[in-house]
Design a protein around this ligand. Structure first.
Ligand SMILES: Cc1cc2nc3c(=O)[nH]c(=O)nc-3n(C[C@H](O)[C@H](O)[C@H](O)COP(=O)(O)O)c2cc1C
Length: 364
């Protein structure tokens, strides 16, 4: 069924305006019945963040911003789904057009700007499926016009603690002016202190919900020293490396499109994000697990992330170019790779290449 739906939908979706295609994909996932997938092989299981992931391949934030279809996405075979980014109040985001495909590069540029239905509506959706099982993380951010952005994150922790499998504190979207300043040492330390405090206050009611920090691949290495130092000091549960990049790699073929403002994702982001992941891994020294995101579209790219330091991986843009079947293709590749290497789990590969990668010349 997934294969049929996938083959039918791909050329159709690619012919549409990217934002219309996305809306249609969400609609299809809401209404096309998907059978429960067969259980994942035991060697795919990952124990991390106090959770048991059936497999390490997750759907990154931004696809299901409003938690409309988390269960359908889990049925596609993802090991976990991250909804959001959600802000306290609903907001429309930036004017259209704001989403662009760089077909020749298999990349996407977006400047959506946290368009979302707001906390109350999204919370109601998640509350309905609260006991459905599956790992559904909630990615949180600040309203564009908020006067106290840190307070926005605190409110969202309070709102979602009971329905989120984990939280992602998103301080790395390039499309809300000034948001990434929250990655600066002083602001980040204060933000994490208050967020973790809110988590503690809700512990009795909601249990200890893991909190991940999602960073931009564009931070300098000296900023990264500070960020990882603060994340360790504040005892966050993990980091996601990372968000889209505002840089434009020299090898891009779609030069004209590449001039659009916004965050670049997909294949052209792979090298930079994998380097930043390895840089984060060597600084984290095993204090917490990392989630690798940026340009994953195959088993090989997923394994490269794991070897660079990722315990879990996430993708979004890979699904735009390879269809909703991509997660199952990746899992088939991972099974083959495990067999070839005579390994019984992916966990034994985590970070194996991190030292080598950080010694290479900087990706251009
Ligand atoms: C259209 C689009 C919207 C996105 N929206 C969000 C978002 O709301 N919050 C967030 O943390 N990341 C967002 N992202 C970033 C992805 O979660 C991911 O970190 C990034 O795209 C790199 O992964 P990829 O190359 O597999 O797409 C978005 C990405 C795309 C392409």
């Amino acid at each position: 069924m997934i294969g049929f739906f996938d083959r039918l939908s791909r050329p159709l979706l690619r012919a549409l305006d990217p934002e219309d295609a996305h809306a249609l994909a969400i609609k299809a996932l809401r209404f096309v019945p998907l059978a429960k997938p067969p259980p994942d092989a035991a060697e795919f299981g990952v124990q991390a963040l106090g959770l048991k992931f059936p497999n390490p391949v997750g759907l990154a934030a931004g696809f299901d911003k409003n938690a409309q279809v988390p269960d359908a996405l889990l049925r596609l075979g993802f090991g976990f789904v991250e909804v959001g980014t959600i802000t306290p109040r609903a907001q429309a985001g930036n004017p259209k057009p704001r989403l662009f495909r760089l077909e020749a590069d298999q990349g996407v540029i977006n400047r959506l700007g946290f368009n979302n239905d707001g906390a109350a509506v999204v919370h109601a959706r998640l509350a309905v499926r609260q006991n459905a099982g599956g790992i559904v993380g909630v990615n949180i951010g600040a309203n564009r016009d908020s006067v106290d952005r840190t307070e926005d994150y605190v409110r969202l922790i309070e709102t979602f603690a009971a329905v989120a499998s984990y939280f992602t504190v998103n301080v790395s979207s390039p499309n809300t002016p000034g948001l990434r300043d929250l990655q600066q040492a002083g602001a980040l330390d204060d933000l994490l202190a208050r967020v973790l405090d809110a988590r503690e206050r809700n512990r009795f009611r909601a249990g200890v919900t893991p909190v991940l920090l999602k960073i931009a691949p564009d931070v300098t290495l000296s900023d990264l020293d500070d960020i990882v130092g603060i994340a360790r000091k504040r005892r966050v549960d993990g980091m996601i490396v990372g968000n889209t990049t505002i840089s434009r790699p020299g090898a891009l073929r779609e030069r004209e499109r590449a001039r659009e403002q916004g965050g670049l994702s997909g294949r052209p982001l792979f090298k930079l994000s994998t380097r930043m992941l390895a840089e984060t891994f060597v600084r984290a020294e095993g204090a917490f697990p990392l989630v690798g995101a940026g340009g994953i579209d195959s088993g090989a790219t997923a394994i490269a992330k794991i070897k660079a330091g990722a315990t879990l991986v996430q993708l979004y843009t890979g699904m735009v170019y390879h269809g909703i079947g991509v997660v199952n293709e990746i899992k088939a590749d991972l099974t083959a790779a495990l067999k070839r290497g005579y390994r019984t789990s992916l966990t034994s590969m985590v970070g194996n290449d991190a030292a080598t990668i950080t010694a290479e010349s900087w990706p251009g």
